[in-house]
Design a protein around this ligand. Structure first.
Ligand code: ADP
Length: 174
């Protein structure tokens, strides 16, 4: 694990691993707009949290792209799950960067509302939704670095080498 930054904005940590195993107050799910589960990290989180999660999510009425909604973590170590819906990559000129930045801001806003001070994020939109990892890592880091939030620690959880490399080079930039 590597620690970066400090001061008024969240301290940033970078780890390799599985987000469902993180010991933090809240983990973020890269969900789809139904909030009823899917593949990738969404499927892993639903499997680890247990069937209570989808039952709870059915009451939420879905979620729009760039927005976020919070649920309990159920069987996870994390007390909360913040579900956010990233943009599907359609070339980058259809509002995708703004929507992806909004996912990070809105997720931190939901974390603030429930009093979570440590939050783990996956690389939202960079799997099934096709967002190029380097561009996505740039937005993730820039948005978290400048976020107005009470969250003290943000952990980026990298599932593969390419994701780790993209965040690593982004964090090395001033
Ligand atoms: P999206 O639909 O937003 O693209 P995906 O789940 O397909 O979401 O992928 C988002 C990122 O999450 C990808 O980098 C993928 O490798 C990663 N990922 C998949 N499973 C996990 C997991 N258990 N923990 C952390 N990251 C994961």
């Amino acid at each position: 694990m590597s620690n970066r930054g400090g001061g008024d904005h969240p301290k940033i940590q970078l780890v390799r691993g599985d987000i469902t195993k993180q010991v933090v107050d809240a983990i973020v799910n890269a969900a789809n707009s139904s909030l009823l589960g899917g593949g990738g990290v969404d499927g892993a989180i639903h499997r680890a949290a247990g069937p209570e999660l989808v039952q709870h999510c059915r009451l939420l009425g879905g979620c729009q792209t760039g927005q976020a909604k919070v649920t309990p973590g159920f069987r996870l170590t994390a007390r909360w799950i913040v579900h956010t819906v990233g943009p599907v990559w359609r070339g980058g000129t259809n509002g995708e960067p703004e929507q992806l930045a909004s996912c990070y801001r809105e997720s931190l806003a939901r974390a603030d509302e429930v009093g979570a001070t440590s939050v783990a994020f996956p690389a939202i939109s960079t799997g099934i939704f096709g967002y190029p990892i380097r561009a996505a890592a740039h937005i993730a880091v820039a948005t978290v670095r400048t976020a107005a939030t009470s969250v003290g620690v943000v952990r980026f959880v990298c599932f593969d080498d390419e994701t780790w490399d993209a965040y690593e080079s982004e964090l090395d930039r001033p």
